[in-house]
Ligand binder design. Structure first.
Ligand SMILES: Cc1cc2nc3c(=O)[nH]c(=O)nc-3n(C[C@H](O)[C@H](O)[C@H](O)COP(=O)(O)O)c2cc1C
Length: 219
């Protein structure tokens, strides 16, 4: 076993933490496109089991079989989106994060077309569960790649960024579902407010969520 390599990987996994940066005035725009493309390329090595439906791979510009899509907004796009949201009276934290972000990644997953009437966001099939799980692995990879490069990050549910109108602005096909709006922030956050994830220290010990199995074939 290469202990040094394991230590590095474990270190990045443990170092990853939710960092929410909230700025009232826009932070200076920096060109982070190169770094973001590096993070995205690494994130794409996530495992995936089932190929995305042809409904997704045969329409639009992104034709990969992977069950996720990453839509990348650079800092100028984040600031422009902030401005429109503010003009619409958005008082949520999203505009304040868009004021601070060096980039934002709209990470979506690709549900299969439903085979009948659906209540809720998507049809509850094993295939969809696996698509969603694979997309989640890709997002976690993105966070880890960012952490390894000292890029503060935050996986948000997205709030208003889930809305059809926001998808329209960003050219995201309506059949995709937002899994997370991933904010990437500068290392120097100036006077901005910086908040941790609310559940960071509440996960318990591994023994609170894992166990060795004792087989009992009489049960
Ligand atoms: C799918 C997903 C969605 C999340 N959405 C939000 C969110 O909308 N708002 C928020 O404050 N944190 C959100 N988080 C971040 C969690 O609050 C955070 O991961 C948790 O508090 C643990 O902290 P840590 O990431 O620092 O370990 C989300 C995390 C995941 C995995």
């Amino acid at each position: 076993m290469d202990a040094e390599r394991a230590g590095m990987v474990d270190g990045v996994i443990r170092e990853r933490r939710t960092t929410k940066v909230l700025a009232d005035a826009p932070l200076p725009v920096v060109d982070a496109r190169g770094t973001v493309e590096e993070l995205v390329a690494t994130a794409g090595w996530a495992p995936f089991h089932r190929v995305a439906s042809r409904m997704h791979t045969e329409s639009g510009a992104l034709t990969s079989i992977v069950p996720w899509r990453f839509h990348l907004l650079d800092a100028p796009a984040c600031r422009a989106l902030r401005q429109v949201l503010l003009e619409r009276g958005d008082r949520s934290k999203i505009p304040r994060m868009l004021a601070a972000a060096t980039a934002m990644v709209q990470a979506t997953w690709l549900p299969n077309p439903p085979r009948g009437p659906v209540t809720g966001l998507f049809e509850a099939t094993e295939e969809n569960m696996e698509h969603l799980a694979a997309a989640g692995a890709a997002v976690q990879n993105l966070l880890l790649a960012a952490t390894a490069r000292g890029v503060p990050n935050y996986w948000s549910s997205g709030g208003v960024l889930r809305e059809p109108e926001a998808f329209g602005w960003m050219g995201i096909p309506a059949g995709q579902i937002l899994l997370g709006a991933v904010f990437l922030f500068p290392a120097d956050t100036g006077d901005a407010e910086v908040n941790p994830g609310s559940h960071r220290d509440r996960r318990g010990a591994p023994s609170d969520w894992s166990r060795w199995v004792e087989l009992d074939f009489t049960r």
